[in-house]
Ligand binder design. Structure first.
Ligand SMILES: *Cc1c(COP(=O)(O)O)cnc(C)c1O
Length: 225
């Protein structure tokens, strides 16, 4: 099963990334499992999903393949068990309560789980993520985890047509990472940049980019909100 468009898109993304050490996460939300298989054929090995219930059958369907799964959506505490079971990375830790739930599940399952703290830099009420002000407390709460480790920060900036207006958000996330790095030497990752702004994110130091439409094409509109 090959898909020439996905393959061409993937090669273009790889060209843009060049020889930098960046994880390209193929955001496969809303895509049927066949599309993920086509992306796999093109060389994709890291996929990102934002809804637990939607992701589980896809992950199970592709179980035999060496794929690294990243959870990038808002995580409710009552979904921590599935998040830990099915994903090796969770990008969206934004409260101490959620951190504790995830750690508890990771211990129960003896499952190494890599975490990023989501920071809401735009101050948009509608978006999840911790505030810059609460970040130190969240980092401190992550110090003594056993099966979980906090490896960096993630942000979803406001959607702005002009990518140059997004740049300051990426710069800010990097500043925060650099500020806390001396106290938290494992805080190396910066998950930032989506289809329309990942080139700018890479210029500003992204170590993970999350790319959906630029790889798979436009998603079908969500019908039930
Ligand atoms: C959907 C989504 C993406 C990918 O968005 P595109 O614009 O399609 O690349 C990245 N990150 C998160 C958190 C998402 O929900």
């Amino acid at each position: 099963m090959r898909d020439a468009l996905i393959e061409a898109n993937w090669n273009e993304i790889l060209r843009a990334v060049g020889n930098r050490n960046i994880k390209v996460i193929a955001v496969s939300k809303t895509q049927p499992v066949e599309k993920l298989q086509e992306a796999y054929q093109a060389g994709v090995r890291i996929f990102g999903e934002n809804k637990i219930q939607e992701a589980i059958p896809k992950i199970q369907g592709l179980q035999s393949l060496p794929i690294e799964w990243h959870f990038i959506g808002h995580l409710q505490t009552n979904k921590s068990r599935e998040a830990v079971r099915f994903f090796s990375w969770i990008h969206s830790i934004d409260s101490i309560k959620l951190l504790q739930h995830v750690e508890k599940e990771a211990i129960k399952q003896s499952k190494r789980t890599n975490l990023l703290l989501e920071v809401n830099l735009g101050g948009e009420e509608s978006k999840s993520g911790t505030t810059e002000k609460d970040l130190p407390e969240l980092l401190a709460a992550g110090r003594d985890l056993t099966w979980c480790r906090i490896y960096g920060l993630m942000t979803i900036p406001p959607f702005l047509e002009d990518v140059e207006e997004v740049r300051p958000y990426f710069q800010r996330l990097r500043e925060l990472r650099d500020r806390y790095l001396p106290g938290y030497p494992e805080l190396t990752e910066l998950s930032m940049g989506m289809s329309h702004d990942y080139l700018v994110a890479i210029e500003e130091g992204a170590t993970m980019v999350r790319i959906g439409t630029a790889l798979f094409g436009k998603r079908a509109p969500v019908t039930n909100g």
